[in-house]
Design a protein around this ligand. Structure first.
Ligand SMILES: [Zn+2]
Ligand SMILES: [Zn+2]
Length: 304
């Protein structure tokens, strides 16, 4: 995916999260609250405005005390406890014929007045309980959106970290570098940079040049890490993270202070240089320059 399509994709997702979800919740709460005889406008505002769905969650708890059943004959709001509809008198559930106490289908005796129950009442009009399909849709959306966002993020992250990250590295003695490889016009600039550095063993210094390409950029580093020249086992690797790419360089302490390290890496964004000597990270001071400090050793489009 290109950066533009990534942005459009992200924009649409954010639109879904910040627009569709609150609207969906608002419409649902308004209808549901109205049917239950609750203050629809107030609850809609609470559900939509309160952050992190807290208002919606509170609404779902509070609404349990408000019946969502209506009389099948006249549409009046009724509750589970009602034996008859207060408006049209429809029989909503079986009740004791003696005292009117609501009874369950398998009861033999009325628990209130001890009258025997016949268990058969034919003229019952059960109240209508409203199917709550919309709630499931909203819950699925609430769960699906973050899951989708995370997986999309992980996907684009993994794509990015595998597509780019070519790197190459070589050692050269300071002597050979200045005699043969150093950039002709900026040779003195590099020499002055090198002369200005203390030959301290627990530190590294680097010049970095960014060569911008159409698809990817190439980065050229000239590294001076005293005491690590001509390491027999040196490693170079690019790793991606949420905080950007890291160009990891593993060196050994050899005591050779007369060598320079030329490194190139291609990537979308400039990787952070992380130098380890014998497994221990040492600070590296990177200076950006507008010329390729590796001179003719490593050239753009011709990665080592
Ligand atoms: Zn009724
Ligand atoms: Zn009774």
């Amino acid at each position: 995916m290109s950066i533009t399509s990534n942005l459009i994709f992200l924009g649409l997702l954010l639109l879904a999260v910040f627009l569709v979800l609150p609207i969906g919740i608002g419409v649902y709460v308004y209808r549901d609250a109205k049917r239950r005889g609750m203050n629809a406008v107030l609850w809609t505002v609470i559900a939509v405005v309160a952050p992190s769905l807290i208002g919606f969650i509170i609404y779902l708890f509070v609404r349990g005390n408000h019946s969502d059943m209506t009389c099948a004959r006249c549409g009046e709001r009724v509750t589970e406890e009602f034996v008859v509809c207060p408006k049209c008198g429809a029989k909503l559930r079986p009740a004791c014929e003696n005292c009117g106490f609501p009874q369950e289908a398998d009861w033999m005796v009325c628990p209130r007045c001890a009258a025997p129950l016949s268990g058969r009442q034919d003229d019952i009009v059960p109240p209508v309980r409203h199917a709550d399909k919309a709630l499931w849709k909203i819950l699925v959306l609430i769960i699906a959106v973050p899951v989708f966002l995370i997986s999309a993020g992980l996907f684009s992250y993994s794509v990015h970290s595998t597509v780019s990250g070519v790197a190459g590295m070589m050692d050269i003695s300071i002597e050979d570098y200045f005699e043969e490889q150093a950039p002709r016009e900026e040779k003195e600039e590099v020499q002055a940079w090198l002369d200005g550095l203390k030959s301290e063993s627990e530190r590294a210094w680097a010049l970095c040049y960014s060569h911008y390409g159409e698809m990817e950029n190439e980065y050229f580093y000239l590294v001076y890490a005293p005491g690590t020249g001509n390491s027999a086992n040196k490693g170079l690797g690019m790793s991606g993270g949420f905080f950007g790419k890291v160009l990891g360089v593993d060196l050994e302490r050899t005591g050779d202070t007369g060598s320079l390290l030329c490194i190139t890496a291609s990537s979308k964004e400039r990787p952070k240089l992380k130098i380890k000597v014998d497994g221990k990270k040492i600070p590296c001071e990177v200076t950006e320059v507008d010329f390729n400090p590796t001179g003719s050793l490593l050239t753009p489009g011709n990665v080592y």
